[in-house]
Design a protein around this ligand. Sequence first.
Ligand SMILES: *[C@@H]1O[C@H](CO)[C@@H](O)[C@H](O)[C@H]1NC(C)=O
Ligand SMILES: *[C@@H]1O[C@H](CO)[C@@H](O)[C@H](O)[C@H]1NC(C)=O
Length: 344
Amino acid sequence: MARHVGHPITVRAISSAQLPTRSKVFAIFVIIFIAVDVFFNPLRTTPLSSTYKTPNFVDFSFRLIFLRPNCKTSPSRLIRRWRMGCFASKSADSKASRLSRWRATGIVALRDGKLKSFPDEVLELDKSVRTLDLTHNKLVDVPEEISKLINMQRLILANNVIERLPMNLGKLKSLKFIILDGNKLTTLPDEVGQLVRLERLSISGNLLTGLPETIGSLRNLLLLNVSSNKIKSLPESIGSCFSLEELQANENSIEELPTSVCSLIHLKSLCLDHNNLKQIPPSLLKECKTLQNISLHGNPISMDQFQQMEGFQEFEDRRKKKFDKQIDSNVMISSKGLDEGVDL
Ligand SMILES: *[C@@H]1O[C@H](CO)[C@@H](O)[C@H](O)[C@H]1NC(C)=O
Ligand SMILES: *[C@@H]1O[C@H](CO)[C@@H](O)[C@H](O)[C@H]1NC(C)=O
């Protein structure tokens, strides 16, 4: 929001040939700008002197006035934006207005911001934050104080360079979604197990070598995505994630599945492409009665082995039925879709 000021400022577009002298023009436009601003900007929160002394203002007045003829914005919209304080200077999207906007919506969206550290001002919002999205920044750390955001339901930190998570994370009892794809996490803290409302946990593309045993406490978890990590085995406790419908663990180094996965009676999709599995628990197909999709491409497991498993025929029937249903409801699927599952 209010990133207008952050756009690249194209002062270079004004060649010196077009201007008699830069400084004279400056003076004139600064005066015009001040005059217009004083009339139209009721939201200005900083005193004139401090606003207009910023180098931003000077560059900005150029952009505003010289580039105006090429600008697609209508004059009325320009004035409206001006009134909203977006055009005064970087400080016009003042901390106070940002905080009140975040407080009103409960959504703090700070994607693609080149942030290197966690924005402390967000912590001031404590109970108001429902969603915090810091996707695609350069965060390395998440502070322990994040536990102040006690009502947060969605925490989205994808594509940063986060190396560790705070232990206090476990205090965020309202969390339903945690998205941490594309970071540099090597472990998940045991405290993750305290997030009993969690429904979706996505940590693909990190450096995890395993998952904490405490993961079994996540009885409401529907989706777990740990694809593209360095996981060698899944904990036995995973079988206690009673609600799990989708387990994605492609591209890891998993050699064996714990037999407990057979207790995941709501599991619909189990994706384990490109691992080191030589076998899967013999009663998997028999016990997991809702399983419709198993993907085991790129594992040293033979189709024969798979077909001989108890419950294979029932699994096949379910899988076919699902595809038939999709065809019935006119969903386009590729013919490839029908033999997707294992390397046949
Ligand atoms: C899981 O992560 C992989 C890799 O980032 C991604 O391609 C896939 O769409 C994710 N799956 C789900 C269901 O979110
Ligand atoms: C089954 O899993 C594979 C691998 O993740 C995925 O590409 C495919 O879309 C899934 N099919 C269904 C029907 O869910």
